[in-house]
Design a protein around this ligand. Structure first.
Ligand SMILES: CNc1nc2c(CCc3ccc(C(F)(F)F)cc3)c3[nH]c(N)nc(=O)c3cc2[nH]1
Ligand SMILES: [Zn+2]
Length: 372
């Protein structure tokens, strides 16, 4: 029975490629993790998500504790069985979503109380309750309960928030206990301040985790500020453990993050933007609702092997979006997730071949300005 382990197979500069071994399957890194907020990757069947190349999905403590509740999912056999995805699942700890979705929140040292954005009912989250919920869900990779400060915030506020998150990281570790085959990841905070980021990493390493996330980014700071943090922050973390950059991002964010030593990422962008008609391709973005696609017989991307590109024209996709047919969101979500997984496969191969700088140069060269 494989436990949880990370094997690095090659590096190219700060970039790494390898495999995370879990009892439910392998995760090829660098990995992109589709977001499955309410026990579904919207507009996709699980077998379709797998067909795009995904090895792991994300689930969410916040959404699932409100509806249908973690206890109900546990009674029904756990999240994997419930959503018919038997490969690895990583669940976020809920704090980030409380601060961004819930109303009427009260934050104390003990935890956070809030009202559900669905029906206004009152709820409570703490490191201990978050660990209990993620255990009830049965997720393979559990995230420590943290607080992600809203930006812009001054250093004192960021420091105070980071230090609370580090105390919560210790409580998460203590409450998680010893669960063979399951992993607990700590989350680094500290805003865009190097000393605070280093203090956070030092504390997390002292506590000891199976993997380390870089939190507190992709919250409006912009790519330049994010990359300046990623120029040093991954290096503060253990080289032999996976590094997960939370909430990132656009294709060029992903390429830049991988080049700086990130192993795992998640983002709603490919699925959410797919439902609005935004297609991501190797040559840039296409808004399929634009009238110029109305008579275009070409696929979104000649080089893409997804069902949308193999079997449908831009004219068809334009039509079903204008007609608001359900197939529109399905096809563009499938294409976008497939493109993201193709990008990750290209990055993994380039790092393995020591050719990452050539891959990155080609990636940028192919991206025409604006729509194509
Ligand atoms: C978009 N930017 C961003 N997303 C961030 C996230 C959420 C990541 C997430 C996880 C699961 C789901 C699920 F819906 F699929 F389940 C959706 C999103 C963060 N999460 C935590 N815990 N700390 C952070 O400091 C943090 C920073 C984040 N920046
Ligand atoms: Zn495609």
């Amino acid at each position: 029975m494989t436990q949880f382990s990370f094997t690095l197979s090659a590096t190219d500069g700060a970039a790494r490629t390898g495999v995370i071994h879990t009892p439910r399957g392998e995760i090829r890194t660098p990995a992109f993790m589709p977001v499955g907020t309410a026990a579904t990757v919207k507009a996709m069947l699980p077998e379709s998500v797998r067909a795009t190349g995904a090895d792991i999905l994300l689930g969410n403590t916040y959404h699932l504790m409100l509806r249908p509740t973690a206890e109900r999912i546990a009674r029904l056999g756990g999240l994997h069985k419930f959503m018919n995805w038997e490969r690895p699942i990583l669940t976020d700890s809920g704090g980030f979503q409380v601060m961004s979705l819930a109303s009427v929140r009260k934050l104390t040292e003990e935890g956070v109380t809030f009202s559900s954005h669905i029906d206004g009912s009152k709820h409570h989250l703490s490191p201990e309750r978050s660990m209990e919920i993620q255990k009830l869900l049965g997720s393979d990779i559990v995230m420590a309960f943290d607080e992600c400060p809203a930006l812009p915030a001054d250093d004192a506020t960021v420091a105070k928030s980071m230090r609370l998150s580090m105390r919560w990281a210790q409580r998460s570790r203590d409450a998680f206990g010893d669960r063979p085959g399951h992993a607990l990841f700590g989350i680094m905070q500290g805003g865009v301040t190097r000393d605070l980021r280093e203090e956070s990493a030092t504390k997390l390493k002292e506590i000891g985790f199976d993997g380390y996330a870089i939190g507190g980014l992709a919250v409006g700071e912009g790519q330049e500020a994010m990359f300046s943090v990623l120029d040093y922050a991954p290096g503060f973390l253990p080289a032999d453990k996976p590094r997960y950059l939370m909430g990132v991002g656009k294709p060029d964010d992903i390429v830049g993050a991988v080049a700086r030593g990130i192993d795992m990422m998640d983002c709603v962008l490919p699925s959410r933007s797919g439902r609005t008609g935004q297609a991501w391709t190797r040559r840039g973005q296409i808004n399929i609702k634009n009238a110029r696609h109305m008579d275009d017989p070409r696929p979104l991307d000649e080089a893409c092997s997804c069902p949308a590109c193999r079997n449908y024209s831009r004219a068809y996709l334009h039509h079903v979006f204008k007609a608001q047919e359900m197939i529109s969101g399905m096809l563009l979500t499938w294409h976008n997730l497939h493109y993201y997984q193709d990008l990750m496969a290209g990055l993994r191969a380039a790092i393995a071949a020591g050719q990452l700088s050539a891959f990155v140069a080609d990636f940028h060269a192919q991206r025409a300005a604006g729509d194509i």
